[in-house]
Write a protein that binds this ligand. Structure first.
Ligand code: AMP
Length: 329
């Protein structure tokens, strides 16, 4: 069975965009592939989080993934910093990664622009750490969004380069994986663009009913259609996209007909949307709370995940050390 690995950045809570764009397909993938998920807490150090936040965000994200339906029996979940073997592979890849190529990575250049006073070496070598995460477990496929494509190119480059330097066929090149043919883009509630933490337009899976209602009722709309069968402007299209995701095609068709006949009342649509988002989130929210309160189970998941990851990592490192020439004396 092909191995799929995905790193999860522990930055804040999961929102509907994360769910429909990524986590929902992870839940399906775990039945079809040999999946592994890890919480990338070392990666998160590039922005210098506070110690108390590091632990808390790893716990939060673990509880949320479990609540969404990731089953650690099918797909181990581990915390990156529990598998120290990754650091050794990171070092080896860094020895064969060149300043020029790392500086050319678009996401690095973006960070340099956005945070000029914190251009640290961890940011520069983000692609080598990511390559170590992936190649450590010989992953075949890595589910990534567009923003990670270049890092995947780098992972393939480091794999090829290692093989060439040591004249081996050791690492295989991991593929970017798009589980569904068409990428789902979940829009925000602010009338344009997609739902995202930095946009401040998210509905989080852990939001309570009142918060969901408040956010949805405040969503941007317009004065309503002025012609029959009028094309929808972006803010309205966004509401319909959300409606289709959480309420399903019948609700979509119902409001779509009203829109086309110029009889739509956005207040009604929003009320239905808020109700359906809440109905969708409520069971997940309950599970998030239950997992968060179950310290013992969370520890067990992280411990067992780390054990399985270490097993696979140890094997790779033994072989890599041998190839590089670190034979025991
Ligand atoms: P982020 O929370 O921005 O690090 O996103 C993690 C992953 O969630 C991304 O790689 C996407 O696969 C997915 N994602 C985030 N926001 C959206 C969105 N608005 N629509 C669809 N997918 C999304």
């Amino acid at each position: 069975m092909e191995r799929v690995i995905s790193g999860i950045r522990p930055t804040g809570n999961l929102h509907l965009g994360n769910y429909f764009g990524a986590v929902k397909s992870f839940v399906k993938m775990q039945d079809e592939y040999n999946c592994m998920f890890f919480i990338a807490d070392w990666h998160s150090l590039t922005t210098h989080p506070k110690p108390e936040n590091i632990r808390q965000s790893a716990r939060t994200i673990l509880a949320e993934y479990l609540a969404c339906g990731i089953d650690p029996q099918k797909a181990p979940i581990y915390i990156q910093s529990d598998v120290k073997q990754v650091l050794e592979l990171y070092l080896y890849f860094n020895m064969n990664a060149y300043l020029g190529e790392l500086e050319r990575v678009t996401s690095f250049k973006e960070k340099v622009r956005k945070q000029p006073d914190n251009v640290n070496a961890g940011l520069l070598t983000y692609p080598t750490l990511m390559a170590a995460d992936i190649l450590m477990h010989k992953a075949d496929k890595v589910p990534v969004g567009k923003d990670q494509e270049q890092n995947m190119e780098m992972a393939r480059l480091f794999a090829r380069r290692f093989n060439r330097i040591y004249d081996v066929e050791y690492f295989k090149e991991p593929e970017s994986f798009h589980y569904t043919a068409e990428a789902v883009k979940v829009p925000g509630l602010d009338g344009s663009g997609k739902m995202g933490k930095s946009e401040g337009n998210c509905i989080y899976l852990c939001d309570d009913e009142a918060t969901i209602k408040k956010k949805v009722m405040r969503a941007v709309t317009d004065a309503g259609p002025t012609m029959l069968n009028q094309e929808k402007p972006e803010p309205i299209r966004n509401l319909f996209t959300l409606l289709e995701l959480v309420s399903g095609p019948e609700a979509y068709d119902y409001y779509n007909d009203l829109y086309n006949n110029m009889q739509i009342r956005y207040g009604d649509l929003k009320k239905q949307l808020a109700r359906d988002i809440n109905a969708f989130c409520a069971p997940i929210r309950e599970k998030i709370l239950a997992y968060s309160a179950d310290e013992q189970y969370m520890q067990q998941v992280a411990r067992e995940g780390a054990e399985r990851a270490r097993e696979s990592a140890d094997k790779t490192l033994r072989e890599v050390r041998e190839i590089i020439g670190f034979r025991s004396l």
